[in-house]
Design a protein around this ligand. Structure first.
Ligand code: NI
Length: 421
């Protein structure tokens, strides 16, 4: 089935300006883009934009823990270690596979309605998360969070993560799998070396929390990544990296940093020196982190805060242009997690798209030259009219064609009550 976006603006992180076009989606891909003054291609379904709608690539939330929506609001306004050890981990112990399944679906409702088409999830019971993703039809990069506990726990979790990869990596083109050692403070160095080796042996990437807080930096050697064998893995995604030194002498070709500004602000962790990384041409994606440290799963918020925060901190209104932020929120995340031809609007690329309604007061004055700044500074997820993955609507004007919204909310609520009583 072909869908035509007739007379819409298109913009992605590689374009200086938006273009006004007809865009045809067929067989899950962007089949044709042509000027809006030409005759539109024929299609089964037509979305009529009348120059008052935009199509942008779907957001890739490059670091989250989806089912943590069930823990939102718990232990608010506490420092990271106190929050984790005393508020979060005891409640997480009560999570069952079913709770994680419904919690993940509830997070998916939230992500789809805000324009996210792909998320990188590190948690546990990941087979159930994979099931939620496949039932929905969205994309995800999944890693089993690995951390220490009783003897043998790390080895068992690693085996579980590798089995997850064997079963789901590449499945329906929707899922990729990475190994998910939690952080240096929850995985001893020897175990990290073992996990790095397993990543190389199985040709898998690693998704890892690194240098989120200042305390972590003080307790680790500067060459930790090298020592732990992490530099040789097929791809390394470092969440947070607030305290990673931008002058560090390593090769970043296979490394992506994930900037999570709202989570870092809320937990009082600090601010990543983003402009130094971009000056160095290092890939940086954006993530929300879990909903219990953000507390949203809304990439529009990450974009706006990213674009504002660094200008303020550096007293420089020129750095971190809106279009770079859009690229970080889309293409960079897709690339980091092995999704090729996703995150830009090009013919032949995957139709993972967000339909944005520009027929609103805060878009008065928008045109092809300023659409990027309108989206990042004036726009919000309230402008999302539809979210499409692989050419299929997963969210359209308040409806979720592949999901039962009411059932998900009621099951997630049951889970929340059970884990907090
Ligand atoms: Ni995290």
């Amino acid at each position: 089935m072909a869908t035509l976006f007739k007379d819409v603006f298109i913009l992605d992180g590689s374009r200086l300006h938006a273009e006004r076009v007809h865009l045809l989606v067929s067989k899950g891909r962007i089949a044709e883009i042509k000027d809006y003054r030409e005759t539109p291609p024929s299609a089964d379904k037509i979305i009529s934009g009348r120059g008052k709608m935009a199509v942008i690539p779907g957001f890739v939330n490059a670091h989250t823990h989806a089912a943590m929506v069930l823990l939102r609001g718990l232990g608010e306004e506490a420092p990271l270690m106190d929050w984790l050890q005393n508020k979060i981990w005891p409640v997480e112990d009560k999570l069952t596979p079913d709770y994680i399944y419904w919690g993940t679906l509830s997070a998916i409702l939230e992500m789809l309605s805000t324009g996210t088409t792909c998320f990188a999830d590190m948690y546990f019971e990941m087979e159930r998360v994979a099931e939620a993703v496949l039932n929905t039809g969205m994309r995800a990069a999944l890693s089993r969070g690995i951390n220490q506990g009783e003897p043998g726990k790390i080895e068992r979790s690693l085996e579980n993560n590798i089995n997850l990869a064997k079963k789901y990596h590449g499945r329906e083109g929707l899922i990729t799998v990475q190994l998910g050692p939690h952080a240096p403070y929850t995985v001893p160095l020897d175990s990290m070396k073992m996990i790095s080796q397993a990543a190389k042996d199985n040709d898998l990437g690693i998704h890892f929390h690194y240098l989120e807080t200042e305390g972590e930096k003080n307790s680790l050697p500067e060459n930790y990544l090298e020592q732990a064998g992490l530099l040789g893995v097929p791809h390394l995604t470092l969440a947070h990296s607030v305290y990673l030194d931008p002058d560090i002498k390593i090769n970043f070709d296979n490394i992506t940093l994930v900037h999570c500004p709202n989570s870092n602000l809320k937990l009082g962790s600090g601010i990543m020196p983003l402009n130094s990384w971009l000056d160095r041409d290092v890939s940086v994606a954006l993530g929300t982190d879990g909903a219990s440290s953000n507390n949203k799963l809304d990439m529009w918020d990450e974009m706006r805060v990213t674009a504002l925060l660094h200008k303020g901190v550096n007293k420089d209104p020129v750095i971190i242009p809106a279009i770079d932020v859009l690229r970080m929120a889309t293409y960079e995340g897709a690339k980091a997690f092995g999704f090729s031809q996703k995150g830009m609007i090009n013919e032949g690329w995957a139709a993972d798209l967000v339909l944005v309604d520009l027929d609103k007061p805060h878009y008065i004055g928008v045109n092809n030259e300023n659409l990027g700044v309108y989206l990042v500074y004036a726009g919000s997820s309230a402008d999302v009219a539809g979210t499409m993955v692989n050419g299929k609507w997963l969210y359209l004007r308040g409806n979720y064609p592949t999901l039962d919204h009411d059932e998900i909310i009621s099951k997630a609520l049951e889970a929340r009550e059970a884990i907090t009583k």
